[in-house]
Design a protein around this ligand. Structure first.
Ligand SMILES: Nc1ncnc2c1ncn2[C@@H]1O[C@H](COP(=O)(O)OP(=O)(O)OP(=O)(O)O)[C@@H](O)[C@H]1O
Ligand SMILES: [Mg+2]
Length: 244
């Protein structure tokens, strides 16, 4: 199997408090991996380690057989351009209008006409079920669920090779959540993307995952195909999927 991203023995502590205690995990190219785990278990911290936002105390992230942390800034940026990321807290720019938020990466990285940018923004908004009427508003003027969708629209606008979504359906109604799940499936199955999604939403897990990993006590305590979940005798995993 073709491994696109590999976390190797990632350790991270904050002020002596261990959050990640030797994470080993592979993200397979062209597959959808879903990461589950209790609140505070370190899922978002792991994602931030992958993106170079948080520096782990120990360990490596290997992307296409190269150590990400060993690359110079130019190469790191080049690698990160292949990612489309929607953060848990959305990380929208408050002072930019919705269309400016969504087109941010395009404007930074590609030379496109205003018409091309507008078309891409509209297409992206369409995919996440956002009305074009909010295009000229600011993030503070739209609802939390809409902000989430703006963050996802921004992540997918340049058709990235790797999708990284942290709780993409949290706080969304079931219809909109379903739309986001379908969008992830479509990107992975039809466009051949690779995705890493963090979620608490078991409906999402069932729909979008090829593979599932569970994080607990700083380690990956279960990792396997979605079809293997139901048969698993892992107590923690069973508890988790039955409660949520
Ligand atoms: N920058 C930071 N400084 C200090 N502690 C941090 C920092 N970022 C995260 N932590 C701590 O690391 C732990 C894991 O946080 P993280 O955000 O990864 O949890 P999570 O699994 O994503 O939870 P949730 O499901 O609620 O989003 C928490 O105890 C959190 O307080
Ligand atoms: Mg989180």
């Amino acid at each position: 199997m073709n491994c696109l991203i590999e976390f190797k023995n990632i350790n991270k502590s904050f002020d002596g408090k261990i959050v990640l205690n030797g994470i080993n995990l592979k993200v397979i190219k062209g597959k959808s991996l879903v990461l589950i785990g209790q609140s505070g278990s370190g899922k978002s911290v792991l994602l931030k380690c992958l993106l170079g936002i948080i520096q782990p105390n120990k360990g490596q992230v290997i992307i296409n057989d190269n150590s990400f942390f060993d690359q110079d800034l130019y190469l790191k940026e080049k690698i990160l351009k292949r990612f489309g990321v929607a953060f848990q807290g959305n990380a929208l720019f408050d002072s930019l209008k919705i269309w400016e938020n969504i087109s941010f990466k395009l404007i930074q990285t590609q030379r496109l006409s205003n018409k091309e940018i507008k078309d891409k923004v509209e297409h992206s908004m369409d995919l996440v079920g956002l009305s074009k009427s909010i295009m000229h508003q600011y993030p503070s003027q739209i609802s939390g669920g809409m902000q989430k969708r703006v963050a996802i629209a921004r992540a997918i606008i340049d058709e990235p090779e790797i999708l990284i979504f942290d709780e993409p359906t949290a706080g969304l109604d079931p219809v909109t959540g379903g739309k986001i799940n379908n969008l992830i499936i479509d990107n992975v199955k039809r466009l051949g993307c690779t995705s890493l999604t963090i979620t608490h939403d078991m409906d999402s897990v069932r729909k979008i995952a090829d593979n599932v990993a569970m994080i607990s006590r700083g380690k990956i305590t279960w990792n396997g195909k979605k079809s293997e979940i139901e048969k698993s005798s892992n107590k923690e995993l069973n508890e988790f999927i039955n409660i949520i």
